[in-house]
Design a protein around this ligand. Structure first.
Ligand code: GUN
Length: 293
């Protein structure tokens, strides 16, 4: 049996269209459009590309983006002062500080400075704390984990009562995905670089989320027949047939896994397009909350 391919590009486009319609309605009703401030420190090429993509997608749905490109050597106080100004600016609904920050900066202190109501990345420790706690809800769900959950839901995967295994425990993906799956009543196992017998865990998973950052590490023999496999990895693999010399692959060996799984996301075209779609949704949500104040 070959798995159903979960089309993240199409699901993300639907969400983006919903946001666009809601932004148009907000403009018509309140004469107000959501605004997203992007903060980029230095010139890391991947970060620069990501921020540019976020700004482009904002423009497509009518969200105003306000870009702040700062020098690599900006002092901590100046960065925190900028975040403070953005917190106070009524035209800014969301503040996105692109990570990673250069080594001399205290990332945790910067994220702590962002107003909870503008934390559209959902990285503020209080937001993550609420996500972790029973009976509490975060103001914003971190974008990539949110995208993973939407892909599962839109693909008709039953989360409640399932065995879910998350590979990876990063603050941005692994940890919040695990907490969201638990909130949705899955029984969750988190595996990481020190897990002794990874395959023994993955073979039990009805839902397998791979966010471990190791190219094509999950092979078909590690997948439970019929499982839903969500691949968050983005890795380069040499490919002389491509002009740039490589192509993108995930943490899952797609060819072997798709023969065993019930549903699977491709790379590219799975989780990737969802992250920005969920950022747009969070920014809209921030603007709705500010109008309701
Ligand atoms: N770096 C890698 N992923 C992300 C993300 O989702 N948001 C921000 N701000 N930085 C990132």
């Amino acid at each position: 049996m070959t798995a159903k391919i979960i089309d993240g590009t199409s699901i993300a486009a639907d969400i983006q269209e919903e946001v666009k319609i809601a932004v148009e309605a907000m403009q018509a009703t309140h004469n107000y459009v959501p605004g997203l401030a992007t903060v980029l420190v230095g010139e890391n090429p991947a970060s620069t590309t990501y921020v540019r993509m976020k700004q482009k997608r904002c423009a497509e749905v009518g969200i105003r983006s306000i870009g702040h490109n700062l020098p690599e050597d900006i002092p901590q106080e100046d960065l925190e002062e900028l975040v403070g100004d953005l917190n106070a600016d009524p035209e800014v609904n969301g503040i996105l500080v692109q990570l990673p920050l250069p080594g001399h900066l205290d990332e945790e202190a910067v994220l702590n400075t962002i107003d909870l109501g503008k934390d559209v990345d959902g990285f503020h420790p209080v937001n993550i704390g609420r996500l972790a706690m029973k009976g509490r809800n975060p103001l914003f769900i971190p974008c990539t984990p949110y995208g993973v959950m939407v892909l599962l839901e839109k693909s008709g995967v039953e989360i409640s009562g399932s065995e879910a295994v998350v590979l990876g425990r990063s603050n941005i993906v692994g940890l919040p995905v695990a907490m969201l799956l638990q909130k949705a009543n899955a029984t969750v196992t988190i595996c990481h670089s020190r897990t002794k017998d990874l395959a023994a865990h993955t073979r039990e998973a009805d839902i397998l989320v791979a966010a471990i950052g190791r190219r094509e590490m999950v092979t078909g023999d590690m997948v439970k027949p019929g499982a839903a496999v969500i691949d968050v990895g983005i890795n380069q693999k040499e490919d002389p047939t491509k002009k740039r010399g490589y192509r993108l692959v995930g943490d899952v060996d797609f060819e072997s896994a798709k023969e065993v799984a019930g549903a699977i996301t491709p790379v590219p075209g799975g989780v990737g397009p969802m992250t920005i779609a969920m950022l747009l949704k969070n920014t809209l949500h921030a603007a709705e909350m500010s109008l309701a104040d």
